[in-house]
Design a protein around this ligand. Sequence first.
Ligand code: UGA
Length: 433
Amino acid sequence: MKITVIGTGYVGLVSGICFAELGNEVICVDKIGAKIEQLQRGEVPIYEPGLQSLLTVNMEAGNLSFTTDMTASVKQSDIIIIAVGTPSMPNGQANLSYIETAAQEIGQAMNGYKIIVTKSTVPVGTNEKIREIIAQHTHETFDIASVPEFLREGTAVSDTMNPDRIIIGTDSKRAEEQLIKLHKPLTENMIITDIRSAEMIKYASNAFLATKISFINEIANICERVGADVTKVAYGMGYDKRIGSSFLKAGIGYGGSCFPKDTQALIQIAGQMDYDFKLLKSVVEVNRGQRFNIIHKLVSLMGDLTGRTVGIWGLAFKPETDDVRDSPAHEIITELLARGAKVKAYDPVASDNFRRNYDMGGIIYCSNAREAVWQADALCILTEWNEFQEVSLSDIESWLKSPYLIDGRNMYDEKQLAQTKLVYYSIGRPGMN
Ligand code: UGA
C-alpha cells in the first residue's frame, strides 16, 4: 500500500519504518527541514535499538523516503497516518493545533479516496473533528479511523512488529477492510470498534498502567514502614492472572512523554464533562511525591546537603532511550541543586539531551560511570541501565567518599549487598543495608 506518515516523532518514525519493512511504500513527512535532511542522509535522529538498521535497509530497498512536501506526499498515498505531537497545555489539556493543521493540509491535498488514520493520542471526539476539517477543504470521499499506538520507547521496534493487539476504530467497512489488510502481518489480535472507544482505549490503557505504578509505589512506601519487601510482594501478586506481573516495579515513579501527559489529559477530558477523576488525580500526585523520597532519604542519612557531592547514574526516563522528557532525574537534580548539593551525572546516552532540554547550571556531566561516583558523598541511581548492573558494588564502595548508595530502581539484591559496607537505600525494601 502507499502510505504517508505525518510526523517523524517516536510514533510516526517507528510506524513508518515498520510499515516499510512490511513491504509498503512509505513516505514520512515532517515540517522540520533539518530532521528530514538528517533522515534523508539515512540517520535516525533518536536512540532506539534496532531502528537504524531497519531504516537503512528500507531506504536502500526504495520502500521508504522522507520529505517536507506534505501535499505531494498525500496526493501519492492511499492511507495517510497522522502521528504528530499532542503536547500538554499548561492546564494539562492536549494541544491539538498540530493535528488540526495536518487535517487542513490533508484536506487541501486530497485528489481521490483516502483513509485518514490517527495514531497520535487524541481526546475523544478528535477524529470526528479531523473529519470535519478535511471535509471543509475537499469534495473527495474519504474515511477516518483511530488506530492508537502502544509502542514503548526502548522496545519500539519489537512492540510495533509484535503488538499485543491492534485497535481499529472506524465507522467505515471499506476502511476497516483496508486497515485489517495493512496490519494482518503484525497480529491476528485485531479489535474492531467505534472511533470514540478506540480513542478512549489509548488513554484508559496508559492511565491504568500509570495507576499500577503508583499503586505499587504506595505499597512500597508501606512496606518500608512495616518491614515487608515490595519486590517479593509484587512477585506474589503478579502470579494472580487477574493482576499480572508487569508494571509492578516500584521505583522513583513514571516519567517520559506519555504517562505524565496522558494522565493529565484524561483528567481534563473527564473534568470537561463535569466528572472528577479522583483516582487518576491521586495517581499523578503519588507519582510526584515518589520522586522526592530519594531526597528525603539522602537528607535523613546525610543531614544538610549544602556542599555535598552527589553522583547521579541515569538521566533518561527509562533505560534504552535517550529521551529525558519528564524524566524523574530532572526534578530530583533540581531539588538537589536547590539544596546546595554539587551534582555529577552520567548517563550512557541521554546526557546531551538532558543538557539541551534542561538549562541547569551546576551539573558536571561525566563521561563514564566511575567519574560520577569518584569521591562523591553519595550515589543515586535514577535509571536502571544494564551498564550500571555490571559495575561491582565493591568498586562503587571504593570510589565513594562516604558509603551512601540510594538506588531508585532496586537494582541490587541482598547477596550482592552482603559483601559490602555500603549504607544502601532502595525502594520498599527495608533491612537491605
Ligand atoms: C508508554 C506505554 O507503556 C506504551 O504502551 C505507550 O504506547 C506509550 O507510553 C505511549 O503512550 O506512547 P513509554 O512511556 O515509552 O510507553 O515507557 P514505559 O515502559 O511504559 O515506561 C514509562 C515509565 O514508567 C518509565 O519512567 C518507567 O521507568 C516507569 N515504570 C514502568 C515503572 O516505574 N515501573 C514499572 O513497573 C514500569
